[in-house]
Design a protein around this ligand. Structure first.
Ligand SMILES: C[S@@+](CC[C@H](N)C(=O)[O-])C[C@H]1O[C@@H](n2cnc3c(N)ncnc32)[C@H](O)[C@@H]1O
Length: 363
């Protein structure tokens, strides 16, 4: 019960929850109805160091209350906050972030307390383990093919609000790079536009994996020549910015933003980048189910600040891989993550990932 209460409080949008809201979360996680009096007595027993009473009948995680003022930790030029992305963005000073590079949650529910608890217990739920194709164990993937029209509406509403908040904290010309997938990218893209950001295209990450089954379920042999969907070998990263002020040159002078940092004098930043999945050592350092590879992240993070000056934000920081990439290329960065388990992973992962020697893929 205590763990379910902590998970509910950790994943909530709001910092504090009422006893009734906590009870609902606990029921969802445990999969059965717990009486209000049991929840209340467990709360009373555990109020102290981990859980605090923030108001009459309202409780919060002590770490989340503290995070309103203080970051969870800093390493080099990286700062990580344990918070909800939307709440943190709403409190952040306007015009104080220079680029956003992020890999947000998509299935609306795959990062909920209930689904994360199933994933950690190995019970599947929304997460499925792709079939082993070459003897190696594959990471869990959320199911996007089972999403309903209501799920798409939830995603659309969420990203419209998120884009409005991002627009407010970004300086004019600040780039926004958002990892997507071919099934949801059009919904997210429309929502980012509705939220006031300006579409600038897409960066294609050439993943080229063999992940995901492609044969008709239950009829592999009967239709042995059929692929249900093309085996996806790329990942769209939506490219947006806060509209610039005046000309590009004026914006670059005033804010240091409004373009991309070139790879070299001869080579501009391009929109197709080889980015095979994070493997072996990176996965061992940062065991997050959606870990993005350092090679790709370092390339896009470096390009996101055209003058190399400013702060890169990842508002869905996960294991801290974007912050590690920023650290590796010498940039200041801020991350926001609401799951305490991933905060703990990133505490160790940011230093280790940022110090890794990574061979960047040739174009
Ligand atoms: C797709 S994962 C990002 C993983 C990251 N690419 C990495 O390499 O570790 C999205 C992350 O956002 C977190 N998250 C989901 N909703 C959030 C919210 N409202 N505020 C802050 N973090 C949130 C999840 O816990 C998850 O770790």
């Amino acid at each position: 019960m205590r763990d379910a209460i902590i998970a509910t409080l950790a994943q909530a949008r709001e910092i504090g929850l009422t006893t009734g809201e906590i009870q609902e979360g606990v029921n969802a996680i445990l999969g059965r109805a717990i009486s209000p009096s049991s929840v209340r007595s467990s709360l009373r027993l555990n109020v102290g160091t981990t859980i605090v009473r923030v108001n009459r009948g309202m409780y919060a995680l002590a770490s989340r209350v503290a995070s309103l003022e203080a970051p969870a930790f800093t390493y080099g030029k990286a700062t990580l906050f344990h918070d909800d992305s939307l709440e943190w963005l709403a409190r952040r000073e306007p015009n104080s972030i220079h680029a956003v590079v992020t890999d947000p949650p998509y299935g609306a529910a795959e990062y909920s307390a209930r689904e994360q608890s199933k994933l950690r217990r190995g019970q599947g739920g929304l997460w499925r383990i792709p079939p082993t194709l070459d003897g190696s164990t594959r990471s869990p993937l959320p199911r996007f093919t089972t999403m309903t029209p209501e799920d798409y509406q939830t995603i659309s509403d969420f990203f419209t609000e998120w884009a409005q908040l991002v627009n407010r904290v970004l300086v004019p010309g600040g780039n926004v790079l958002v990892a997507a997938n071919p099934l949801v990218s059009y919904v997210v893209s429309a929502a980012l536009t509705a939220g006031g950001l300006e579409r600038r295209g897409e960066v294609i990450r050439l993943v080229q994996t063999l992940r995901g089954g492609d044969r008709p379920k239950g009829a592999h042999e009967e239709f042995s020549d059929v692929s249900v969907m093309p085996r996806s070998q790329w990942e769209p990263w939506l490219l947006y910015r806060k509209p610039i002020e005046g000309t590009v040159a004026e914006n670059l002078r005033k804010w240091g933003t409004g373009g991309f940092r070139r790879i070299s004098d001869e080579q501009p930043f391009g929109d197709v980048i080889k980015g095979p999945p994070a493997r072996g050592k990176e996965r061992a350092i940062a065991p997050h189910p959606s870990l993005k590879p350092q090679g790709f992240l370092r390339r896009v993070v470096r390009a996101s600040l055209p003058t190399g000056q400013g702060i890169v934000l990842d508002p869905f920081a996960g294991s801290g891989s974007t912050l590690a990439a920023a650290e590796a290329v010498g940039y200041s960065s801020i991350g926001v993550e609401r799951d305490p388990e991933y905060i703990n992973i990133s505490r160790e992962a940011i230093p280790r990932l940022s110090e890794m020697t990574i061979r960047l893929e040739e174009d």
